[in-house]
Design a protein around this ligand. Structure first.
Ligand code: BGC
Length: 758
């Protein structure tokens, strides 16, 4: 039972609002396609639903209207689109339509099994006329065949004999979800897809549609495989097709319909229509049971490398498993895609990629699956040209500025104060290129991609900042905290920009030493003089510090603002962004999320411990955690400071955020960054992992509530297992040559096992 709890997510709710949340929690995805967990037969008409399926990297373009349009404001933005709806299957027994809202539900359970990679719905139902049937429906988005989504529908009759009818639909007439009252989802109803062709070839129903403005084609192909003799009838109009399947069932007998659905798109395939037919034929060559088996094998390899085990709290373990599983479901596995803020589970944030990828999600892949991490960085490299164009729009003569939110590379943020102004995204991306280098030692990658990204982002800082007397300052940017906008010398930004500049210089020197700089220097027109300027700006970077408080002020004006009146702010006024005008919020010392505290985690060597402690205590009092990117960081820094109880409390708020719908908007999709934060909370927080130029460091602590925890990481060609219990931490070299590790700042050579008292 407890084993099941750790590996499965379950629900038996038919409550209207929980059904919306469950659509997200039970979505199935594989990094390419994602399908929400809608009921095949639908809900009663008055119930709300966000019925959707998405392809990573497939988008349309929406117009952005500004009341007052100033120079450089964006005119349009990309938006993930809801693709052809293949989810529909209605079941009729003696003319009665199956619905969980009619007749008697004798048993009902939905289960997401994270070891099988399958979502199941199990039902025992008595129709109004007394016919009893058992229904089992399984869904899978295949990790092995990324274009495949399958619905496997079985019906077992308990007391009925006669005809049953499946009515299966493939609908091209689809819309995106919108809510004009919530800035975190699209505000207007828009139709993005138009059906171009609808036909049948080799018993496969095919719909090809095209997006209105981006002119991307999407094909869905559907094939029904039925367990026994049946009659099949197709009805088709110019947008949709319906397949009626009639068959006979006896009491005790089981009938089965397998609906194979293939999705392809013109971003990846030159002829997506033909590709869908080819992929379908390929998939049909493998028996379905074998496809399930392959899914299990894929996941068993994933869990073997990536699992983080906590002994002593099964609900927490479930939250951790869910987070890691969702990261895998969400991550783009080709050069056209990245990780959307909501993965492929919903339309919140319109399918955009943010800094969330580098700072919150990439660490997980970097330490468990180098190829996926490299792919995410490749995506940024591919978008460098678009980032250069973006920099020009913002008035910069040199360098590249990555957009705050995007799919295809251009800026999609319509509200620049808490969007485009977050220049720190440049340094966040640079930071991860450097971390990738530390973990892999891959100089080829530095030469072919990393250095160019670091040089171009360094140039942007030179063009944004300026010297005041002897210090380099950066004005009019926004840090991670979106409740404080357009400020001078945001500590986080300056600190990260400093690192960006410093590492641009280091990458230059590294390539120079290895005689590998010439080509790139020529291509970009980089001179030694320019590199010296980067070096100087890094050395002279101004980092705000308040001597009296011994903290780093978030920015130049932060400490002189009034403190938000927390005492008189009712609970229902959070998140503040939904209840107060932004300008009102900007006037106060109030943080939506970790900002300076995040800098204290990423670049801990910039300050002395006492400053980090005081800063942490200061910002803790004024942070609302209205963003889901916050509690994990407070947990990590609390663990660093030895505040284990606090670290534990913040961590517990992090790990089950979507499972318990803590932010009340899980219906719009999972909070993927927070899931990366869950991983980081364990690995960087409790185990105290840091990866630096000087090596690999651990500082393990363990909350008293747990017996032990354990995980593996890949580092410089090695695989290391870390096990921590109440007495000791235990390091095992599973693969690779011996290496130097640091535990509580002591150096050890790990060539087999090391055990250290906690
Ligand atoms: C946060 C951002 C984040 C975005 C997408 C916002 O609420 O403030 O930091 O990038 O959500 O997850």
């Amino acid at each position: 039972m407890t084993e099941n709890l750790k590996w499965q997510i379950t629900s038996d709710s038919l409550d209207a609002s929980q059904l919306l949340v469950d659509e997200t929690l039970f979505h199935v995805a594989n990094g390419y396609i994602g399908v929400r967990g809608n009921f095949e037969e639908g809900y009663p008409n008055h119930y709300n639903t966000i019925r959707g399926a998405y392809i990573n990297g497939v988008y349309d373009i929406s117009e952005v209207k500004h009341g007052e349009k100033l120079h450089g404001f964006i005119d349009s933005k990309q938006k993930i689109i809801n693709i052809t709806d293949v989810q529909g299957i209605k079941l009729y027994i003696a003319g009665e339509k199956f619905s969980l809202f009619d007749g008697k539900v004798l048993n009902f359970k939905r289960i997401l099994d994270m070891r099988e990679g399958i979502y199941k719905r199990q039902i025992l139902w008595e129709s109004p006329k007394g016919h009893i049937i058992e229904i089992n429906i399984q869904r899978m988005a295949s990790f092995i065949k990324p274009e495949l989504f399958v619905i496997d529908y079985t019906v077992r009759s308990i007391n009925y004999e006669g005809e049953i009818v499946f009515v299966s639909t493939q609908k091209g007439d689809v819309f995106n979800y919108f809510d004009p009252t919530d800035p975190r989802v699209a505000g207007e109803l828009e139709k993005h897809l138009t059906v171009e062709t609808i036909d049948i070839q080799k018993d496969i129903g095919i719909i090809t549609s095209i997006t209105n403005k981006s002119h991307i084609r999407v094909t869905s192909a559907v094939k029904h495989v039925v367990s026994s003799q049946h009659e099949l009838e197709r009805i088709q109009d110019d947008k949709s097709s319906t397949t009626k399947i009639r068959l006979y069932i006896k009491a005790g007998q089981t009938q089965r319909l397998v609906k194979y659905c293939i999705f392809t798109d013109s971003v990846r395939f030159s002829d997506c229509h033909q590709a869908a037919i080819d992929k379908m034929e390929e998939v049909l060559e493998t028996p379905i049971e074998q496809l399930y088996q392959l899914q299990k094998v894929y996941l068993s390899a994933f869990w073997d490398k990536a699992d983080v085990v906590v002994n002593g709290d099964d609900r927490l373990q479930q939250g951790i498993h869910f987070s890691l599983f969702e990261l895998l479901q969400s991550v783009g596995k080709d050069q056209y895609s990245n990780i959307a803020a909501k993965g492929l589970s919903g339309e919140g944030y319109e399918g955009h990629y943010f800094w969330d990828t580098e700072i919150y999600m990439l660490p997980f892949f970097l330490l468990t699956d180098k190829a996926l991490a490299e792919n995410l960085l490749n995506y940024r490299y591919e978008k460098l040209e678009a980032a250069r164009e973006n920099a020009r729009i913002l008035g910069h003569k040199k360098g590249a500025l990555y957009p705050w939110r995007t799919i295809s590379g251009s800026e999609c943020s319509a509200y620049f104060p808490s969007g485009t102004a977050q220049y720190h995204i440049n340094a966040d991306i640079a930071y991860m290129f450097v971390q990738y280098y530390f973990v892999t030692g891959d100089l080829d990658f530095v030469e072919s991609k990393g250095a160019e990204v670091l040089f171009e982002t360094a140039r942007l800082w030179m063009d944004t900042g300026h010297y005041v007397e002897d210090s380099f300052r950066i004005d009019a940017v926004t840090g991670p905290d979106e409740y404080t906008c357009i400020v001078n010398n945001n500590y986080y930004t300056n600190c990260m920009a400093k690192y960006n500049l410093k590492w641009a210089v280091k990458f230059y020197e590294l390539l120079k030493e290895n005689n590998r700089i010439e080509h790139l220097a020529q291509k970009l027109g980089i001179t030694e003089e320019e590199v010296n300027e980067w070096q100087q700006a890094a050395e002279k970077m101004y980092l705000p510090y308040d001597e009296k408080l011994d903290i780093n002020p978030q920015d130049d004006s932060f400490l002189s603002k009034a403190i938000w009146d927390f005492e008189n702010t009712p609970k229902d006024q959070y998140p503040l962004l939904l209840h107060y005008h932004p300008l009102y919020i900007y006037r106060y010392q109030v943080c939506k999320q970790a900002d300076t505290v995040l800098a204290h985690f990423l670049l801990e060597d910039e300050q002395k411990l006492s400053t980090i402690k005081k800063s942490y205590e200061y910002y803790e009092k004024i942070t609302t955690h209205d963003s889901s990117l916050s509690t994990c960081i407070f947990s990590i820094v609390a663990a660093k400071l030895g505040e284990i109880r606090k670290a534990y409390d913040y961590f517990m708020q992090t790990t089950r955020l979507d499972l318990d719908n803590i932010h009340h908007n899980t219906k719009d999709g999972i909070h993927t960054a927070n899931m990366g934060g869950t991983y980081m909370g364990m690995v960087y927080g409790f185990a105290g992992l840091r990866i630096k130029e000087s090596g690999i460091f651990f500082n393990p602590v363990i909350p008293e509530q747990w017996e032990s925890y354990e995980f593996k990481i890949c580092y410089q060609g090695r695989m290391i297992k870390i096990h921590v219990n109440q007495e000791q931490s235990h390091y095992t070299l599973l693969e690779g040559k011996e290496l130097k590790i640091h535990v509580y700042d002591q150096e050890y050579i790990l060539n087999d096992d090391i055990i250290i008292k906690i």
